[in-house]
Design a protein around this ligand. Sequence first.
Ligand code: PLP
Length: 370
Amino acid sequence: MILLNDFRRQWEDVREDCHRALERTGASGWYILGREVREFERRLAALWGLREAVGVASGLDALEAGLRALGLRPGEKVLTAPVSAFATALAVVRAGGVPVFAPCGPDGLADPGACEELLARDASIRFFVPVHLYGHCLDMDALARIARRGVRIVEDCAQSILARWRGRGCGTAGAAAAVSFYPTKNLGAMGDGGALLTNDEEVAAKARQWRDYGQRSKYEHVTAGANSRLDELHAALLLEAGLPRLERWTARRREIARRYREGIRHPQIGLPAPPQGSESVWHLFPVLVPEGAKAAFRQHLERSGVQTGEHYPVPLFDQPAMRHLPHEIAGDPGVARAFCRREASLPIHPYLSDSEVEAVIEACNGWPGA
Ligand SMILES: Cc1ncc(COP(=O)(O)O)c(C=O)c1O
C-alpha cells in the first residue's frame, strides 16, 4: 500500500540523528525549556526571517498563545477559514473568541480579497486567522493591507512552513504566525509540538509567559497561563533530524506535486491550482471529484494500492461542537460544503519513490469515473 505518510521509512533515514539528539538531551540532565529549545527557537526564527520564536506544545496552542498575546478579549470576533483542521477554530474558541467563518473559493481556501472587503465593512472584527492551507501561500499583499488597517493577524502556518508568495515568506504579513510540528507536518516531530513566530518582542514575551503557567519570573504568576512548553527532546529531534532535511523534504514534495499536476489527466479529477504567486510547499495534494463520487474514487484508489485522505470532510461550521458554540458564517456556506464533499487527498510525503508516484498517477488515470 502506498501510504499517505510513511514514518517507518522516515525512521530509517533519521534514526542516527535522533539517537544523537536523545543522547545529548539525556546527558544534559535538563529536560524542560533548556538549551535545545532555545537553540531550536533561534534557528527557527532565523529560518523564518523573524526575530522571535516561542516553542509550545502544539500548533493549536501556538494559535491560542498568539491570539491571547495580541490581546483578544472574551467574546471578540475572529475571522478565519471555513475549511481547515478543527484546531484552527478551536484555538479561537479556547482563546475566548467567536469564530467568523470567511467566504472560501472553489479551491477551499478563504479568499483574501473577500476577507479584506468583509473586514473593511465590519469594524467589529479586529482579529483574523488566515490559513495557508495545503502548503499554499495566500496573497501576502492582501494580508499586509489588512494588517495595516489595524486588524491583528495570527497566520496559521501549520501546513505551510517555508512557503512563499512572490518571494515573501508566509507568516510575515501579520503580527504573528503559528506553526505545528505534528508528525505528519512538513517539519514533523515524534509527537506534538508547535511554535509562535513574531517580530514583536512583547507578543513573544506574553506567549512565553502563557506557555509557562503565566510566570513572569519564577513563582511570579501574572496571568492564568497554561502548561504548553515544547519539550527539550522534541526540540533536539527537530534540530538534529528535521531542520537539516527540511529543504530537501520540501523540494521532494514540490517535485511530486509537479509530477501529479503533469501526469494526472482525467476529465473528472480536478487539480485545484495554488493561488497565483504562491510558492507552495505541498503539505497535502488535494484533488476534486464530482459530487457523490468521492467514496467510489477513494475505493478505486484503495483497490489500486493507494491510500487517500480527506482534508476536510466537512467545513468547520458543520462540526457538531460548533452547534453549541457561538459563531458566524460570512458568505455562502454552500461553497465550503460542496468543496468538502468533493475533496480527496493523494499521498505526497517526501519518502515516496518515483515508481510509487507513477503508480498513484496511473491509479487516478485508470479510474472509470462516476
Ligand atoms: C491548518 C492547521 N492548523 C492548526 C493545526 C493544529 O496543529 P497541532 O496538531 O499541532 O495542534 C493543524 C494540524 O493539525 C493544521 O493542519
